[in-house]
Design a binder for this molecule. Structure first.
Ligand code: SF4
Ligand code: SF4
Length: 137
C-alpha cells in the first residue's frame, strides 16, 4: 500500500479561521529568529511592530480580530517566517490522544477531511507523523 499523503487528510481551504482571534500562537526562539530573517528587519523593529510580549511569552499582535500578518486577500503575509505551530496546524498530534481534540479541531477547520471517521483519520495521521518532521511536537 502506498504511503499516505497529507492531502489525504487535509487540504487547506484558505478560510483564514485559524488566523483569527484575539491571541495567537506563541513564538519560540527559533520562530522569532525565522520571522526576523523573513522580514529582513532588526529584532527591535520586529518586536515593536509585530509582537505582543508578555513576560517571556512572545505572540504576534492582533488587529481587527486577526493576526497582524493575516490579509483577507492573500492569507499569511509572513508565510516563510511563520511560527512552526502555524505550519503544523491543524494536524496536531494531540488529535491522536483524544477524540474531543479531533472533533474540536475539525469543526473549526474546513480543510480537514470531513468524511473520515476518527479511527480512519488517526490511522493516517499516525503514519504521517512517523514520516514527517513537520508533524512532530
Ligand atoms: S482553518 Fe484550516 S482550512 Fe482554514 S485557513 Fe486554517 S488551516 Fe486552512
Ligand atoms: S503567522 Fe500567518 S499563519 Fe500564523 S496566525 Fe499569523 S497570518 Fe496566520
Amino acid at each position: 500500500m502506498s504511503k499516505p499523503k497529507i492531502q489525504d487528510i487535509f487540504v487547506c481551504a484558505r478560510c483564514g479561521s485559524c488566523c483569527h482571534g484575539e491571541t495567537t500562537v506563541s513564538l519560540d526562539k527559533d520562530d522569532q529568529a525565522r520571522m526576523i530573517r523573513a522580514l529582513g528587519l532588526e529584532r527591535d523593529e520586529v518586536a515593536e511592530k509585530y509582537w505582543r510580549i508578555t513576560g517571556s511569552t512572545v505572540q504576534m499582535k492582533t488587529i481587527d480580530g486577526h493576526c497582524i500578518f493575516y490579509d483577507k486577500e492573500t492569507g499569511c503575509t509572513v508565510h516563510n517566517g511563520r511560527p512552526w505551530r502555524c505550519g503544523q496546524w491543524p494536524l496536531h498530534p494531540s488529535i491522536l490522544a483524544d477524540r474531543v481534540n479531533f472533533e474540536t479541531i475539525r469543526s473549526s477547520c474546513p480543510g480537514m477531511n470531513q468524511e473520515l471517521s476518527y479511527d480512519e483519520f488517526c490511522a493516517l495521521l499516525k503514519q504521517l507523523v512517523e514520516d514527517s518532521a513537520r508533524l512532530i511536537v
